[in-house]
Design a binder for this molecule. Structure first.
Ligand code: ADP
Ligand code: MG
Length: 579
């Protein structure tokens, strides 16, 4: 590898640069375009003959043909180590607050900072012994990062087994300090510090095996956990039109889901949205630790000053960090918002490369890229037998909310669960606006199957009656059909909808979901007697009121029992038989 390989800038089309070179150039290696005292980071995305095409991760304004380009021989990489949690990075892993401090409000291009604090000392406790044989990813020792034990592992880039030659004694070291020396099979010595570098486009696979996701990941959002659950190590997508609540839903999940680490890849839809995330996040309180939620979160975001190509790197940087924490036996959740912006960046770069376009001008490899991104999710068994997981949830924002477009379709082919948001529901302020009839999941819920099926059947029939009533009116509907309609609306109002602003209702634990859903099940399979539709409507209206109050009372308190009694009293009076 020669660090002095250079080329000459011979063409520029937006963020696509063409470079002529003499030596050789590697696909996906990082290059820098030198412009005055600026060094603009780029990545080689196509090589033909003596010409390389680069996507530039910076604004290319002012660049001149003939400028020098330096090839590094390295792939686009991130630094992994203690100190990632609580950080806000851009797609190239520059810590944004520090970057802003250095260059003012408008981020200066070509300025790259160390991702992790080099000076901060971390207490290292060794666990590996001299002479011990280790596989890449196995534990050398640990430190503490927030509430977690942060493993310091044999570098993932090593191949085959290594032997511990030296290991530091317990003590405080910074992340540049050599804490171990490992000897590989050829006798070469590899000095290791508490941090390591990994190329973002390559999955980290230093584990024993990948397992089928089988345990539910409790999000505490009832409609999800009950009807269309997510599994630990699984994948799901949230397509929805603009303003239907995708971002709010992602935030609720990052706050309440039973997960260790949350990684957010914010590819802003509007310029202000990323700023909103950054402003709001530090104020969110972690219900588990009562501290700021950001202490177990990493945010990767694109600033509006960054070109589209940076969206791609954010998505990969985010998933790599999630995989890193999975290697420590933790459960990480990656939320990508929105993957459509990433796909649009692909389309733009593909257009500039003059590739043969596929559907809606997206490149032919769109499906492939989306699939390989979601494939990085998974539940894994590590070398020491413990389990770790990466769950990926991505929002998709199709124009006009039309799910028949390439990004939504490609995503639906690979994910395990689909939470489709509907404009109709968000307009009616039925939050979360997930469509209970259109959405699905391949994972199993912790609620009994028989109960779910019963509820789904009522929801479906209720919707049909509702549509029919739009034509024939209430008068043209039988009392029996009308009751089914009311039951469906009732399930929706008291269970599927959840008030994000009510402290108790906002998040429902598994035990409570099982308990309440069972009561709901008893109600929907009961036969009621009503004189007429008006009486039926009034009955469900008042039952709804009591039930919603029940939802707001804290689990297993006196108030909870009181409200539950009110619910059952109201029912017994009207029920003629339980089916
Ligand atoms: P999207 O990301 O789909 O464009 P947002 O998540 O930004 O949409 O939501 C748009 C608006 O809808 C929010 O600002 C909020 O007013 C409202 N909203 C969305 N979800 C909820 C919810 N669960 N509870 C209450 N209001 C919500
Ligand atoms: Mg949004």
């Amino acid at each position: 590898m020669s660090a002095s390989r250079i080329g000459i800038l011979t063409g520029l089309n937006g963020n696509m640069a063409t470079v002529e070179f003499h030596d050789y150039v590697m696909q996906n290696e990082v290059a820098f375009i030198l412009h005055n005292d600026e060094r603009l980071k780029s990545e080689v995305i196509r090589v033909t003959g003596s010409r390389a095409e680069l996507q530039v991760y910076e604004d290319t304004k002012g660049l001149k043909l003939g400028e020098i380009v330096e090839f590094t021989g390295e792939l686009l990489s991130v630094e992994l180590g203690p100190g990632l949690l609580g950080q806000i990075f851009d797609g190239l892993q520059n810590p944004l607050p520090q970057l802003a401090e250095k260059s003012g409000f408008f981020l200066k291009r070509g300025l790259y900072l160390e991702a992790l604090d080099n000076k901060k000392e971390w207490e290292f406790t060794p666990v590996a012994k001299i002479g011990q044989k280790l596989k890449p990813g196995e534990k050398l020792g640990f430190t503490h990062e927030g509430i977690f034990e942060h493993w310091i592992m044999a570098p993932f880039v090593l191949k085959g087994a290594v032997e511990v030659e030296k290991i530091a004694i317990k003590g405080k070291y910074n992340i540049r300090h050599v804490i171990a020396e490992l000897k590989d099979e050829h006798g070469d010595i590899h000095p290791c510090s508490m941090s390591q570098v990994w190329p973002v486009k390559v999955p980290i696979t230093s584990f024993a095996e990948k397992l089928k996701p089988s345990r539910p990941l409790t999000t505490k959002i009832r409609i999800i956990d009950t009807l269309m659950p997510v599994a630990l190590g699984g994948t799901y997508c949230i397509p929805g039109p603009f303003g239907s609540g995708k971002t709010v839903l992602q935030q609720l999940i990052s706050k309440h889901a039973e997960i260790d680490i949350v990684i957010i890849a914010a590819c802003g839809e509007r310029a202000g949205e990323v700023v909103e995330t950054l402003r709001e996040f530090p104020h969110l309180v972690d219900p588990r630790t009562k501290k700021s939620l950001i202490e177990r979160t990493v945010i990767i975001c694109n600033t509006s000053s960054m070109p589209v190509s940076a969206r791609e790197s954010s998505v990969y940087t985010a998933v790599t960090i999630a995989e890193y924490y999975r290697q420590m036996g933790l459960n990480a959740l990656l939320l990508a918002d929105s993957t459509s912006r990433w796909a649009q960046a692909m389309r733009e770069m593909s257009g500039r490369l003059e590739e043969i376009p596929g559907e809606e001008a997206f490149p032919a490899y769109l499906e492939n890229r989306i699939a390989s991104f979601y494939e990085r999710a998974g539940l894994v068994r590590l070398h020491d037998g413990s389990l770790g997981s990466v769950t990926i949830g991505g929002t998709v924002s199709p124009a006009g909310g039309n799910f028949e477009e390439p990004v939504t379709q490609a995503t639906l082919k690979v994910v395990g669960a689909f939470h489709g948001l509907s404009r109709e529901r968000s307009d009616a302020r039925r939050y979360p606006a997930i469509d209970p009839l259109e959405s699905w999941s391949k994972y199993s819920s912790f609620i009994e199957d028989k109960e779910i099926k019963a509820a789904q059947a009522v929801l479906k029939r209720s919707y049909e009656v509702k549509q029919m009533m739009k034509v024939v009116g209430e008068e043209g509907t039988s009392l029996q059909d009308f009751i089914v309609y009311l039951k469906g609306e009732f399930i929706d109002d008291v269970y599927l909808q959840q008030n994000a602003f009510d402290e108790v209702d906002a998040a429902t634990i598994e035990e409570r979901q099982k308990y309440v859903f069972h009561v709901l099940y008893e109600i929907i399979k009961s036969e009621f007697s009503f004189e007429d539709k008006n009486t039926a409507r009034k009955f469900f209206q008042s039952l709804r009121q009591v039930f919603i109050e029940w939802n707001s009372s804290e689990w297993r308190t006196e108030d909870f029992n009181k409200k539950e009694n009110q619910v059952s009293e109201a029912i017994t009076y009207r029920v003629i038989k339980t089916m």
